[in-house]
Design a protein around this ligand. Structure first.
Ligand SMILES: *Cc1c(COP(=O)(O)O)cnc(C)c1O
Length: 498
């Protein structure tokens, strides 16, 4: 299996090169040149497997340059039982009728990012051994919350790696901040910056591309890499859970072999839903992929009209991980759907960075609409959805999941398409305790600190508190550095002891 770039499809690299490098030199994203095919017999044979064996079965088709021993080492390390609060790793839960929820937040940081970021460090260190002759990989992350913590937890104490995370000093939730500042591990560092997420992100990008800094790192046998979802190594682990949920639906007797399902995804950077598209292309019987957004509905508009326009107001919502106006992974979908037209993709992406918008042909958007539907919802609906699902079905979901549940309900209402469906649940409700408690109490949340809020949500709902969040209360704060965005590169040197 080889990989090419969305902006130059004459390029060919191995999986290890794609993962170690992160992004192609000319700015394109790495994509597989062909799609492995899974017959229904093969899918049925995965029903009796553990999550780890399902993962090996899917991943070995994409990581053909990894030996069996390497793949076993990676997958068994990533999804080890003690790291996940569910023995199924990503369980599928029936809410009612054909409405099922795929819980992707049982990992160590209680958000779906763990599904990929537990595996990525393994894939990256094995890839670096193959392609980067033993250099220490320095992962730089700018985060608005979930990615930073999941990356820290994934890379902590991983040999030959260091990880530095920058977060906006006032831009993350109290729980997210504590998760990061109490991070354990010998190769980790965390720093707040005076600025917002965009400031952190821009500074990180300029450090990445600074030739002088790169040279100084190279002298010490170090190189930068990236842990965000432009990296193929973060996308490929996500394909697995679509196969896994289909197997669990078969196992639960919710579907028969070959029967189609719909999939609904609360979307930000378009990574999660794109993994669902890859699963469909591989032969998994998915009918429609429904892209769910909050008030930042740039993707809804694109999927309905063919025009992507980021020139619009940015809303801060109660589902912050979906507050995003540039969805990087859409580039990969456009590449595949346009018949691998790298010139078109370069053109569209240049337009996006110059004018903030582009429009695709009627033919192309019509083709995309055969597989994708989209919807968005407002904050009041999110609260009402959390409350109604808790009251009616005793199912507690977080704010991001609630966006998807509401968009799915509207989808069924307007299309009548109520075949068995899986809705991705991307975070534990306890990661957003204040919003969730406010929703279930009908807006009557008491004034409490973060941990009292967790206890109160537990008292009101009876839902289990994830151990990794409960235990934060007793952890020592290790990182208190705050710097200005102009000083971030100096901070990188300081944190790396250069
Ligand atoms: C990152 C994230 C999303 C968005 O996922 P994408 O793959 O970026 O579309 C949704 N919900 C939560 C809780 C997240 O952390």
């Amino acid at each position: 299996m080889l990989y090419t770039s969305t902006r130059d499809n004459s390029i060919r690299v191995t999986a290890a090169q794609a993962i170690a490098q992160g992004i192609s030199e000319e700015g394109g994203l790495f994509v597989p040149v062909e799609m492995p095919q899974f017959s229904m017999d093969k899918i049925s044979s995965m029903v009796s497997m553990s999550y780890i064996d399902r993962a090996k079965t899917v991943l070995k088709e994409f990581l053909t340059d990894f030996t069996e021993e390497e793949l076993n080492y990676c997958v068994e390390g990533a999804y080890a039982a003690e790291k996940f609060s569910s023995s199924k790793i990503a369980p599928t839960v029936n809410v009612c009728g054909n409405k099922n929820i795929l819980e992707l937040w049982h990992g160590p940081t209680c958000a779906f990012k763990d599904m990929a970021l537990q595996l990525l460090p393994y894939l990256m260190t094995v890839s670096a051994k193959k392609t980067a002759d033993g250099k220490t990989i320095v992962i730089l992350v700018a985060t608005s919350g979930d990615t930073g913590k999941a990356a820290l937890e994934g890379f902590k104490n991983v040999e030959n790696t260091k990880i530095l995370v920058f977060y906006p000093v006032d831009g993350v939730s109290p729980m997210q901040k504590l998760q990061m500042t109490t991070q354990e591990g010998d190769n980790v560092a965390v720093c707040a910056i005076n600025g917002n997420f965009d400031d952190a992100q821009s500074a990180v990008k300029s450090i990445f591309t600074n030739a002088q800094i790169k040279a100084q790192l190279a002298e010490k046998n170090m190189m930068f890499s990236s842990a965000n979802s432009i990296n193929w190594g973060r996308l490929v682990p996500q394909i697995v859970y679509y196969f896994s949920t289909y197997c669990d639906m078969l196992d639960m007797g919710k579907i028969n072999p070959g029967e189609e399902i719909n999939v609904v995804v609360p979307t930000g950077n378009f990574g999660n839903i794109l993994a669902g598209y890859y699963a469909k292309q591989m032969g998994l019987p998915i009918k429609t992929l429904v892209c769910a957004s909050n008030s930042n509905n740039v993707l809804t508009d694109f999927l309905k009209t063919g025009t992507y326009d980021r020139n619009r107001a940015f809303y801060t919502t109660t589902s912050p991980s979906m507050d995003i106006l540039i969805s990087s992974n859409l580039e990969r979908l456009l590449y595949h759907m346009s018949g691998e037209d790298d010139k078109l993709i370069s053109d569209l992406m240049n337009k996006l960075s110059a004018e903030g918008k582009y429009t695709v042909s009627d033919e192309l958007i019509a083709k995309i609409q055969k597989t994708f539907d989209a919807g968005y919802t407002s904050e009041e609906n999110v609260d009402a959805t959390i409350k109604s699902h808790f009251d009616e079905y005793n199912y507690l979901c977080d704010t991001h999941t609630a966006v998807a549940v509401k968009v799915y309900d509207e989808y069924v209402k307007s299309t009548g398409d109520d075949i068995p469906a899986v809705i991705d649940s991307t975070a534990s409700p306890y990661k957003f305790s204040a919003s969730v408690l406010d929703a279930v109490t009908g807006g009557n949340k008491p004034e409490l600190d973060e941990f009292e809020m967790v206890d109160e949500l537990n008292r009101v709902t009876g839902a289990d508190v994830p151990k990794p969040l409960a235990s934060l209360k007793d952890k020592e704060v290790r990182f208190t550095d705050v710097c200005d965005k102009e000083d971030m590169s100096q901070m990188v040197f300081k944190l790396l002891n250069l």
